[in-house]
Ligand binder design. Structure first.
Ligand code: NAG
Ligand code: NAG
Ligand code: NAG
Ligand code: NAG
Length: 501
């Protein structure tokens, strides 16, 4: 009985779901809550390895005004050079995607970078706005936004037009080439406009693209730093938390930018019985995980891209066929056997129904969560070591999540050059495009305790000790709290769509 009531309540929630259709309001709310607690003191490498959080300024935010009726938001973060991957994600998904884009500003090179970043008051943030107040005694509070959607749409259009005037630098403008902030902003504006235009073309009857396009929610973050080492060590998990803020739907999934969900996801998220099933699992709580695939290393870049494309757009039988022919393999199977082995891909091949697997140390799946129950990421983890694993470990060992493997959904990794940290971690050959980054990581640093080491060694040491502490705490059932910065926590406490119903 109780479980039936729970399902009924879930269905109600899903039916009564809000459509945050307004756009510009949300972008403004995000900016004002985030920047209200901005600390403009430049960060240093040693600040971080002694436990200080990232200091991110939200330069700008964009929020698609198109209506959404899809219950799953994908969120992701990236450096500026991966915008094309975000574009691919957006062209392949019909629901909302919230993306946080990062640029480091090294003041050693130009002390004026970001000199105009200042903490702003967030009085204008959403908590007093009509139509967003969640404490109005209306049971159906997921539906409130609808009533003034029309008015909001006009407002959104005006603000967007106004904003465009300010942002769009003429192409070839010298300043936009020298100012990395203006350049990044122009690139994001351009991507956002392109996605809106492509979606409009699609809506007008151009159906050549299966799921085009997502409702993009973009945030541009800059971090001022007084020395350069941190510029190669992205605040991965702080950025994931920031991107998560743009998720509004009952379900959310963090898919890194180099990951493509199969296009079948567009049918699933519109299938009421699938959504009900996932929602019920997610509130158990369980993380619903699709297996990840990648192309085999021996393929040429061109055939790799074709294999990826077929694996994304094909049926499950096609994926299994490509696995059998060694065009596809289990993600990272040669590099990190324990990271994805828990899925038991041979079983997945045969299953038509979801099945549960036990968490194992080092397990690293991506997956779908009930948004309001995602504990978020530990921001001490920067760069590309243990960042995602520790989130999964906390889900399993602190929050007692089960792991539900989805038989009908999968994700495919798009090939790209390895980032510097991963090259060093894997000790793969350090040549070509990545070498500048690698060089920067191998530079000597003298820490305040007099220790003379390299950036990478200090990084590894801090990451290894953080993971060790976290694992010991979780194993001993001692309290473990992820580090989450004041800006993220403040936004979560004031943004209307983050208040528990
Ligand atoms: C449809 O979209 C494709 C891909 O974006 C484009 O090449 C084509 O010109 C479009 N066709 C029409 C009729 O708009
Ligand atoms: C919807 O999902 C359910 C459960 O996964 C599946 O059995 C059913 O065939 C799907 N319906 C459609 C129309 O795809
Ligand atoms: C790296 O490259 C050098 C020269 O190209 C080669 O001799 C060496 O075996 C390579 N090392 C690894 C680990 O691949
Ligand atoms: C630190 O070590 C590097 C490389 O071994 C050396 O070049 C540098 O002079 C040393 N710096 C200090 C302050 O000891």
């Amino acid at each position: 009985m109780a479980s039936q009531r729970r399902v009924a309540a879930l269905v109600l929630m899903l039916k009564a779901w809000i459509i945050w259709a307004v756009g510009a309001d949300e972008a403004n709310m995000l900016r004002s809550c985030w920047n209200a607690n901005y600390n403009s003191t430049p960060v240093m490498f040693e600040d971080w390895i002694s436990g200080h959080p990232a200091r991110l300024y939200m330069v700008d935010a964009w929020w698609s005004p198109r209506r959404n009726s899809i219950p799953l938001t994908i969120f992701t973060m990236m450096s500026l050079d991966r915008l094309s991957m975000l574009e691919s994600q957006c062209r392949g998904y019909i629901g909302p995607i919230s993306a946080a884009v990062y640029i480091p500003l090294v003041l050693e090179h130009d002390p004026n970078l970001g000199h105009d970043f200042t903490a702003t008051s967030d009085h204008a943030s959403g908590d007093e706005r009509h139509g967003y107040d969640r404490d109005d005694g209306n049971d159906n509070n997921y539906g409130d936004g609808d009533s003034d959607g029309g008015e909001g749409d006009d407002e959104a259009a005006n603000v967007l037009v106004g904003r465009r005037r300010h942002i769009q630098e003429p192409v070839g403008n010298k300043e936009s080439h020298t100012d990395p902030v203006a350049l990044a902003r122009a690139k994001l504006q351009n991507l956002f406009d392109q996605m809106e235009e492509a979606a409009a073309a699609h809506a007008a009857g151009n159906n050549s693209l299966p799921g085009c396009c997502c409702q993009l929610r973009l945030m541009l973050f800059a971090e001022r730093m007084s020395d350069s080492p941190l510029s190669t060590i992205m605040p991965t998990n702080a950025m994931r938390n920031a991107a998560m803020l743009g998720a509004t739907t009952p379900l959310s999934a963090m898919f890194d930018a180099d990951l493509a969900p199969c296009t079948k996801i567009n049918d699933l998220v519109q299938n009421v019985s699938w959504v009900q099933y996932i929602s019920k699992e997610a509130t158990r709580p369980s993380i619903c995980i699709p297996p990840a695939w990648e192309t085999r290393g021996h393929l040429q870049p061109n055939s790799k891209n074709m294999v990826v494309q077929r694996a994304i757009t094909g049926a499950k039988a096609d994926v299994l066929d490509m696995w059998g022919r060694s065009e596809l393999q289990v993600f990272q199977v040669n590099l990190c056997k324990h990271c994805h082995k828990t899925f038991d891909h041979s079983r997945w091949a045969k299953e038509d129904l979801p099945y549960t697997v036990q968490h194992t140390l080092g397990f690293e799946p991506w997956g779908i969560l009930w948004r309001l129950r995602d504990p978020g990421y530990d921001e001490r983890f920067r760069g590309w070591l243990y960042d995602k694993q520790t989130h999964v470990e906390a889900l399993a060992r602190k929050h007692r999540y089960t792991f539900t493997v989805l038989p009908d959904l999968w994700v495919v990794h798009r090939p790209h050059k390895k980032v510097g940290i991963v090259q060093l971690y894997r000790k793969s050959n350090v040549t070509g495009d990545g070498s500048m980054e690698v060089e920067a990581l191998l530079r000597p640093v003298v820490l305040s305790n007099g220790k003379n080491t390299t950036v990478y060694t200090a990084y590894r040491h801090y990451m290894d000790s953080m993971r060790h502490n976290l694992r010991s705490a979780l194993a001993a059932r001692q309290p473990y709290e992820p580090q989450q910065n004041a800006q993220f926590l403040h936004c979560k406490s004031v943004l209307p769509w983050w208040q528990q119903g």
